[in-house]
Design a protein around this ligand. Sequence first.
Ligand SMILES: [Cu+2]
Length: 158
Amino acid sequence: MKRLFLAALLAYAPLAIGHGDNAAAVIDYSKAEPKPFGIAADPRKARRTVRVDMTDDMRFTPARISVRRGEVVRFVPANKGQVLHEMVLGTLEELKAHAELMKKHPGMEHDEPHMAHVSPGKSGEIGWRFTKAGTYYYGCLIPGHFEAGMLGKVIVVK
Ligand SMILES: [Cu+2]
């Protein structure tokens, strides 16, 4: 199972969609693939914008967000530090597996609608609909950052 997931990650890696700093890139939300933690959604349809600051002390602020099931959230991760940071949504298991993969392949390009890579001083955007109640996470998977505790929690309530 884990092996399959990693293989899938590698297979999708070259399909760079390009958001974050390339906010102009177009994502076709009608073709969004459901994930265990929800589905990509057009951020222009969001009623709510959640700004998340990312800092070089390896923290997200806020580090805990509560959303309603079905609600489209527009996340705006802002990099307040001096180094690259990213916001990647997922289950804790997926984020851990992905962080391991990033450690093994530091130059690995990964880009999908549930993540934004953000250069210092810039901000990115993720549009997401959480389709199931539960606890999900967002992490920075740049090698060393996740391990240092760069992790936040999304509580999805009914
Ligand atoms: Cu980071």
